[in-house]
Design a binder for this molecule. Structure first.
Ligand SMILES: NC(=O)c1ccc[n+]([C@@H]2O[C@H](COP(=O)([O-])OP(=O)(O)OC[C@H]3O[C@@H](n4cnc5c(N)ncnc54)[C@H](O)[C@@H]3O)[C@@H](O)[C@H]2O)c1
Length: 570
């Protein structure tokens, strides 16, 4: 049995893994790692955490020809530079093309001597490229603050390198020439990963026009796209009326296809530019909360275009909503909590966390919180999902009861008023509340203010809500915004790689069959899921099993429905 880590070690391991994720914007799950050196208790705590988050450890092993299999994605160095240097050199000596991240996670002293590998240059804040070693090897230090932000171009290159699946789907679109003459409007969180999608579409032959909400715009990325010749309607300082003008200006270019995240621009087109709908092939929508209103519009017969439900693709929901959002929202919350004075809040390792909603997002949030040592209680209104939470090993209770002794409360429902006035009042003083779902008023802030609550800033992006007559009150992070987006960099790159590969698959569907599709929310073609998963498995260095053998004649593929329980049928 590995030694049980003490709280200090758990705190160190949690901070190290979060530093790694913030520096790289990479996912922990699905990666192969190895740990070198360090105190065995530290190594055990780190191993336990990485494994609980879905990564797996590989040991060097020789194949039949005596070749050592060194293919790992991350090398975590905990010991002395003398131990780390040969391990880094061994791991770096491998075929080109797959990224190796060397993580200096020395707990007390640096574990990696950067100078041992020649000159380094920043690839993104906190990530150093080591060209003398290889083009594919990067250094990350969990004990040092990130260096200055390199130009947006470097951040785009970093994202592109980690998006092999979208790259391969875009190359097929380019080779097929399908996109020529097509104008695509992209309305998404404007940061390096989306910029890669936009450039892939452009390079595959489309004309791309871009809109982004002010709070979802990285101005440097918008400028990088403009320098690359794209039309971008976005500014991080745009007021609400200006944002509407920008979105309408994008719509007025009459895109044939819209790629949306939250369905705000699809709905705006229906509200303000209905005359454009007949010339559109359709749209693709990225999120659960965006699909909900579109389904209502479709049921009323008011949806004017087919909308491909990218969100519902298995390669989106099972990975983005679960692993990506779980990691990115919980890490963003704990990073903000680290910036608060410890006396102001109750969040401690091994403390109590409540997750509202056990859909795909809630499942991921609960998984990451449990991996980090929290005792998790799930509050779910759907009894079947509540039962699933119970089988997954969590306590289950109604939200208003569960929050009474919670230190951390996260809403993962995407439903307004999930954390309503009663729940807010039932929270312990110093409990930290945050939103992973992301609709407006998921935490009923307007109701709290109308009921006389006072908001007191307690740190960056953190406010205490104090009701009349109360001594203290819960702390709401970032005004109840979707925390991985408003306070961090969105989802990890590999996750967006999958989602964007599905978006590209949806574009292909609309180009090939848009005319035949119903004006409804239409499911993604299962072939898109299949192709996306195969490309991702290949990028991760794995292969699926061979497809089952198919009988030659369709009639022979039917199962024999006769029972043989009573002997062979006559
Ligand atoms: N932050 C992100 O990056 C990100 C990524 C993907 C999805 N999302 C958003 O997260 C939200 C959830 O997505 P999902 O795929 O898990 O959806 P889902 O519909 O699968 O799950 C939501 C769950 O919440 C439950 N629920 C609803 N109201 C509740 C309440 N008041 N109390 C407790 N439980 C309640 C539902 O029964 C359901 O099981 C959506 O709004 C989605 O758009 C955010």
């Amino acid at each position: 049995m590995p030694p049980v880590p003490d709280l200090d070690t758990l705190v160190w391991a949690s901070a190290a893994v979060r530093r790694f994720a913030a520096a790289t914007n990479l996912l922990v799950a699905a990666r192969r790692f190895r740990i070198v050196g360090g105190d065995p208790r530290d190594a055990a705590a780190l191993r336990h955490l990485l494994t609980a988050l879905g990564a797996h450890e590989t040991e060097p092993r020789a194949d039949r020809a005596g070749q050592v299999d060194e293919r790992i994605d991350q090398l975590w160095c905990l010991g002395s530079p003398e131990e780390s240097t040969p391990a880094v050199e061994r791991a770096a000596d491998r075929p080109r093309g797959s990224t190796l991240i060397v993580v200096d996670a020395g707990r007390h002293l640096p574990a990696v001597d950067e100078d041992a590998f020649g000159p380094v240059s920043p690839a993104r804040p906190g990530v150093l490229a080591v060209p003398m070693l290889s083009d594919d090897v990067f250094l990350v230090s969990t004990g040092r603050d990130p260096e200055d932000d390199p130009a947006a171009d470097a951040r785009l290159r970093w994202a592109r390198r980690s998006m092999p699946v979208a790259r391969s789907v875009a190359a097929e679109l380019r080779d097929g020439g399908l996109l020529r003459g097509t104008r695509i409007g992209v309305a998404m969180f404007l940061e390096p990963k989306t910029a890669v999608l936009i450039l892939l579409l452009r390079d595959a032959g489309a004309e791309v026009v871009v809109y982004a909400h002010a709070d979802e715009t990285d101005d440097a990325v918008a400028d990088a796209l403009r320098s690359a010749g794209l039309t971008v309607y976005a500014s991080s300082t745009a007021t609400l009326p200006e944002q509407k003008q920008l979105a309408l200006a994008m719509l007025d270019t009459a895109p044939h296809i819209l790629l949306d995240d939250g369905a705000h621009v699809i709905r705006l087109a229906h509200q303000e530019r209905p005359d454009l709908l007949p010339t559109m092939l359709g749209a693709a929508e990225e999120t659960t909360s965006g699909l909900r209103p579109l389904r209502v519009l479709a049921a009323r017969g008011e949806l004017g275009i087919p909308v491909v439900a990218v969100n519902d693709a298995r390669t989106k929901t099972f990975f983005d909503n679960r692993y990506g959002t779980g990691q990115s929202t919980v890490f963003a919350v704990l990073d903000l909590v680290d910036g608060l004075a410890s006396a102001t809040h109750r969040v401690r390792p091994g403390g109590a966390a409540v997750v509202a909603g056990f859909g795909h997002v809630g499942e991921g949030v609960a998984l990451v919180l449990a991996a980090l040592g929290f005792r998790v209680t799930v509050a779910e209104t759907d009894p079947v999902r509540a039962l699933q939470a119970r089988f997954a090993g969590y306590a289950v209770a109604p939200l208003v009861e569960a929050v009474g002794d919670a230190d951390l409360v996260m809403s993962a429902t995407g439903v307004p008023d999930t954390i309503d006035l009663d729940v807010l009042r039932a929270c312990a003083s110093g409990a930290v509340l945050a939103v992973a779902g992301g609709v407006d008023q998921e935490i009923a802030i307007d109701d709290a203010l109308a009921a006389g609550a006072q908001r007191q800033p307690v740190g960056p992006k953190a406010e205490r809500f104090v009701f009349a007559g109360a001594d203290g009150g819960p702390i709401v992070l970032d005004d109840g915004g979707c925390i991985n987006i408003t306070a961090a960099e969105g989802n990890p790159v590999e996750i967006m790689d999958l989602s964007f590969a599905v978006q590209l698959g949806a574009v292909r569907m609309l180009l090939e069959r848009g005319d035949e599709l119903e004006r409804a929310v239409v499911p993604i073609d299962p072939a898109v899921d299949d192709a996306t998963a195969r490309a991702a498995l290949a990028a991760f260095g794995s292969r699926p099993g061979p497809p089952g053998l198919l009988a030659e004649h369709p009639a022979d593929r039917e199962p024999d429905v006769r029972t043989r329980r009573f002997g062979d049928p006559a």
